[in-house]
Ligand binder design. Structure first.
Ligand code: MF3
Ligand code: CO
Length: 259
């Protein structure tokens, strides 16, 4: 199956879902502080998503237990919300997918809890920049390998690791569609990008080595060396020119700025 091409009407619906994810992440930005339990974030997110007429799509997806993936420090992605209390110096990645009117939006942000050590702070910044380096390549005529190469070359030049076992993906009528969008690769390789495709780009970047393990619960991905990892994700649509980003960090960053 080749990647799906969406109409403007469909993209408007995907955009609505992606923006609701941005609003949900902004609610999380308000709450994240030392002493907050990650399960409290999840409860609030689920309530917020449902009160906006949408479905928290991760919940029940292949048995995933909660609305959000909440991944603290050495947990890279797919962390389970729990009684764990956030503490000063932690980082917490929040990944959220919602479905509204039959269309999905997907976005993730890594937050700092209180004062975070400079090397970890720099990891977060580099991971976010690498996402935008990938997005710069996401235009009709380019290939998925151009995105992966841009992400990989940016972060590896700074000494960070790219987690290879997971990747970005098409998104729209389903949470995960073709094509796979790897965070590493060769320029000019991979799937050809066409106008109307919708993809999620989501670099998962490690401070130490890129090697990961999977917890006994079958989900939680953690770094084998125990060093922190960051994860930022946008949903976007391919056009002839610059990609149109459908999710948004604007509300999140407005809240973080005034914290
Ligand atoms: N939001 C994740 C992604 O970026 C998927 C989460 S897996 C789930 O693709 F099971 F939690 F849904
Ligand atoms: Co995703």
């Amino acid at each position: 199956m080749s990647p799906r091409i969406y109409t403007q009407e469909e993209i408007a619906k995907i955009s609505q879902s992606a923006l609701l994810v941005g609003d949900t992440l902004a609610e999380m930005a308000k709450m994240i502080a030392p002493g907050v339990k990650t399960i409290e974030l999840d409860r609030r997110a689920e309530e917020f998503i449902r009160s906006n007429g949408a479905i928290p799509a991760c919940k029940g997806y292949e048995g995933f237990p909660s609305a959000l993936c909440i991944s603290v420090n050495e947990v890279v992605v797919h962390g389970f919300p729990s009684e764990l209390e956030l503490k000063d110096g932690d980082i917490v990645s929040v990944d959220c997918v919602v479905e509204k009117d039959g269309y999905f939006g997907d976005s993730a942000y890594t937050f700092m809890v209180g004062n975070v050590a400079d090397p970890v702070r720099n990891l977060l910044e580099a991971t976010k920049v690498s996402l935008y380096k990938g997005i710069e390549q996401a235009r009709a005529g380019k290939r998925t390998g151009d995105i992966g190469h841009a992400v990989q070359s940016y972060v590896e030049a700074r000494g960070y690791g790219v987690v290879r076992e997971l990747c970005g993906h098409g998104v729209g009528a389903h949470m995960h569609e073709k094509p796979d969008v790897l965070n590493y690769g060769k320029q000019g390789s991979g799937v050809l990008l066409k106008e109307g495709m919708v993809i999620a780009i989501e670099p998962m970047i490690t401070l130490g080595k890129r090697n990961i393990g999977i917890a006994k619960n079958g989900w939680e991905v953690y770094t084998l060396d125990g060093k922190p990892a960051a994860h930022f994700e946008h949903s976007l649509t391919i056009t002839g020119g610059e990609a149109r980003i459908l999710s948004s960090f604007e509300k999140v960053e407005e809240i973080l700025k005034n914290k």
